[in-house]
Design a protein around this ligand. Structure first.
Ligand SMILES: Nc1nc2c(c(=O)[nH]1)N[C@H]1C(S)=C(S)[C@@H](COP(=O)(O)O)O[C@H]1N2
Ligand SMILES: [Mo]
Length: 404
């Protein structure tokens, strides 16, 4: 079995562009996260959800497959922190047995590429200190459904993202306690705890990711999410978290953390999650999905509004740095006006809900939002065309059409 053979969930309709157009079909509309599902659709979604995710709020999720569920656009509203039952789930491989979270403190993780390599249990890590960081967790392919060329992979709309609180020990402290990194190491490589079936070359399917050493600054080993023990669905007993980096780098059920000279040769790193032109195969020279870019989208209203005063809600984040400004346009970007951030600022890696107050007359409005990060980089209008539909932060595709 190769990575390509892992059932990549596909939509019932092959062409995502067509899907976007089919606003009349409830399935297609629900897939874009524009409305709540019917009771029948809800029941069928429930049956697709695996055991490990049965605790989720199914009505807040679009179930693409047993390993991929996205948050309905309207479920975020003006939420600073995404409730765990509403947060998306994305597994490349079937999740490990739930038995690994029965005694979380006993989970072991090995450290390599440090002066004094050793293994530690979660209970040991818990004695080394703790910190809490709010950060956006977002899949590299969030927004893939908007690519007209039919980018392969889960057809995520806006819901392969959430903002959560991680609690754990700074990785830097753990590495320092082991004498620091061995000289010449340039990457931090994390290995997921999934069991690889016998007879398969592990490199072809294992979830092992490398990020540049600079990411050590904010990295952590987390055992808690949103103030609760980290559930199996989100990587319990222990997860490697790189605030500001795309989801895939945040290795769940982490069993090995290594300071390495080179990036891992696992396929998920060497040819997967690489930015390339449409039609080009993935390879290690192409940019990897590491730091996230500035992005925002409207969370409500999504289809209709009444005449008079309306509050338009959304979320905005800078990705790997703070978001500074958010603007809203009611005419697909011809005129922009400043919107207001609401709620607490939970730091550079968190998203900020925003609100825009406006008086609407009867008519149809194309409502779009545009965020700017602290460096002055604003969301572009267009998506950046690429084979796998990564990095999408173009404001035009992310807008909503509202009838008043
Ligand atoms: N061990 C392991 N870690 C993993 C994955 C996985 O399949 N196995 N999927 C990655 C991907 S592609 C994403 S987008 C995020 C999703 O995190 P979530 O399921 O907690 O929302 O986890 C990442 N970490
Ligand atoms: Mo992902």
């Amino acid at each position: 079995m190769s990575m390509d053979m892992i059932p990549e969930p596909q939509s019932t309709l092959d062409n995502p562009a067509r899907r976007v157009m089919l606003k009349g079909g409830a399935g297609a509309v629900a897939a874009l996260g524009l409305m709540q599902m019917s009771p029948a659709a809800l029941a069928s979604s429930h049956s697709k959800v695996p055991e490990f995710a049965q605790w989720k709020r199914i009505e807040d999720l679009i179930v693409h497959s047993a390993n991929t569920m996205e948050t309905v656009r309207g479920a975020i509203r003006s939420g600073v922190i995404t409730p765990s039952p509403t947060l998306f789930v994305r597994n490349n491989l079937p999740a490990p047995s739930a038995s690994i979270t029965e005694n979380m403190d006993n989970w072991e993780v090995s450290f390599e590429g440090v002066k004094n390599p050793r293994s530690l249990k979660v209970s040991d890590l818990k004695k080394m200190g703790a910190t809490t960081v709010a950060s956006v967790l977002q899949c590299s392919g969030n927004g893939r459904a908007f690519f007209p060329h039919g980018a392969g992979g889960t057809q995520w709309s806006v819901g392969a993202a959430g903002c959560v609180m991680w609690t754990g020990v700074p990785l830097k402290d753990v590495i320092e306690s082991m004498g620091g990194s061995v000289g010449g190491m340039r990457y931090i490589t994390g290995t997921g705890g999934e069991e690889i079936p016998a007879g398969i070359d592990p490199k072809t399917i294992m979830v092992e990711r490398s990020v540049p050493m600079a990411a050590l600054e904010n990295a952590m080993l987390a055992w808690q999410m949103n103030d609760e023990p980290l559930d199996l669905a989100h990587g319990g007993p222990l997860r490697l978290v790189f605030p500001g980096y795309y989801g895939v780098n945040n290795v769940k059920y982490v069993k090995r953390v290594a300071m390495t000279e080179n990036q891992t040769e696992a396929k998920i790193q060497s040819s997967g999650y690489r930015i390339r032109d449409i039609g080009v195969k993935g390879s290690a020279e192409q940019p990897s999905m590491w730091e996230m870019n500035v992005k925002s989208w409207i969370t409500g209203p999504l289809e209709t509004a009444n005449t008079g005063v309306n509050l338009i809600y959304g979320v905005a984040f800078g990705g790997s740095k703070s978001v500074q400004k958010i603007e809203v346009s009611l005419d697909n970007g011809q005129n922009w006006q400043a919107a207001q951030f609401v709620g607490p600022d939970l730091g550079p890696f968190a998203w900020r809900p925003f609100v825009f107050k406006t008086n609407l007359k009867a008519g149809e409005y194309r409502v779009v939002s545009r965020a700017t990060d602290v460096d002055g980089t604003a969301q572009p209008r267009e998506r950046f065309e690429n084979e796998r539909g990564y990095l999408h932060n173009g404001w035009e595709d992310h807008g909503v059409t509202i009838k008043v």
